[in-house]
Design a protein around this ligand. Structure first.
Ligand SMILES: *Cc1c(COP(=O)(O)O)cnc(C)c1O
Length: 221
C-alpha cells in the first residue's frame, strides 16, 4: 500500500513538484517501506519523535521539519534537518540563525505564511513578510538560507476558498522573490498542499506537497 502510493505519486506528479512524505505518528518500518519505493524526503512535526526515529533510518533521507517549533527545542534540531519549513516568528528565525552559527552549519528554512481563515494557525501575515524583506531584515542572517515559503489553506470543503488561499500563498512568494532588488539566491520553494487539497495546490503553483494520510493511512494520535 505505502509503496504503491509512493510510486503513484512519483509517476503522476508534474515535473518541478516534490513529494514530502509526512511520516509523523508512523513507525520507522512505514518510513522504510516508502524509502525502498524510492522516497527520500520525509516530513516530521514533533522534535522528540523525529530525534527518536532518525538514527534508525538511512542517512540519505532529507528530513523536513514541518511542525510548530518551540524555541527551547531549536538547538536539538540544528544540523539534523535538510529544511525547517515551519518558521513562524522572527524570534524563532533569529534563534535558528544563532544556533546554526554556533554549530557551524547553514540551516535551510521556509517562512510559514498564514492566510487561512482559522485563528489558531501559526505563521506570518503576507504584510509582515513584505515589510521584513523591504527593510532587508534577511541581510542580517548569517547561517540561515531562506528557501521560500510554506502555507496551508483553510480547512474547508469550499474549493474556491481553498484555491484562493493557495493563490495568495503563491502570490506572496512571487512578490517577495520579485521585490528584493538584489535577488534572493535559492528562494524557490512554495510548500503547499496536503492529502485533501494537493491537486489544487499544484494548479496554483506548489513546488512541494506535504502528504501524510494518503500515503501512510490515518494517524493514531
Ligand atoms: C500533518 C501535516 C501534513 C500532512 O497532512 P495529511 O492531511 O495527512 O496529508 C502536512 N503539512 C503539515 C504542516 C502537517 O502538520
Amino acid at each position: 500500500m505505502i509503496s504503491e502510493e509512493i510510486k503513484r505519486f512519483h509517476r503522476e506528479l508534474p515535473k518541478g513538484v516534490e513529494l514530502v512524505a509526512v511520516s509523523k505518528f508512523h513507525p520507522s518500518e512505514a518510513i522504510m517501506e516508502a524509502y525502498e519505493a524510492g522516497q527520500r524526503i520525509f516530513g516530521e512535526s514533533r522534535v522528540q519523535e523525529f530525534l527518536a526515529k532518525q538514527p534508525m533510518l538511512p542517512s540519505d533521507i532529507q528530513w523536513h521539519f514541518i511542525g510548530h517549533l518551540q524555541t527551547n527545542k531549536v538547538k536539538m534540531l540544528i544540523g539534523k534537518t535538510s529544511m525547517i519549513e515551519s518558521v513562524d516568528s522572527f524570534r524563532l528565525l533569529n534563534l535558528i540563525d544563532n544556533e546554526s552559527r554556533k554549530a557551524g552549519v547553514i540551516t535551510n528554512c521556509l517562512l510559514q505564511v498564514h492566510v487561512a481563515q482559522e485563528e489558531t494557525k501559526f505563521g506570518f501575515s503576507p504584510e509582515e513578510l513584505f515589510d521584513y524583506f523591504a527593510q532587508r531584515g534577511h541581510e542580517s542572517l548569517t547561517n540561515t538560507r531562506i528557501c521560500g515559503i510554506m502555507g496551508m489553506a483553510s480547512n474547508t470543503d469550499d474549493e474556491e476558498r481553498v484555491r484562493a488561499d493557495f493563490r495568495q500563498i503563491a502570490s506572496t512568494f512571487r512578490q517577495i522573490r520579485d521585490g528584493v532588488s538584489s535577488g534572493l539566491p535559492g528562494f524557490e520553494v512554495v510548500s503547499m498542499g496536503m492529502s485533501g487539497d494537493y491537486a489544487i495546490a499544484i494548479e496554483e503553483g506548489s513546488t512541494h506537497i506535504r502528504i501524510g494520510t494518503t500515503i501512510f493511512g490515518n494517524r493514531q494520535y
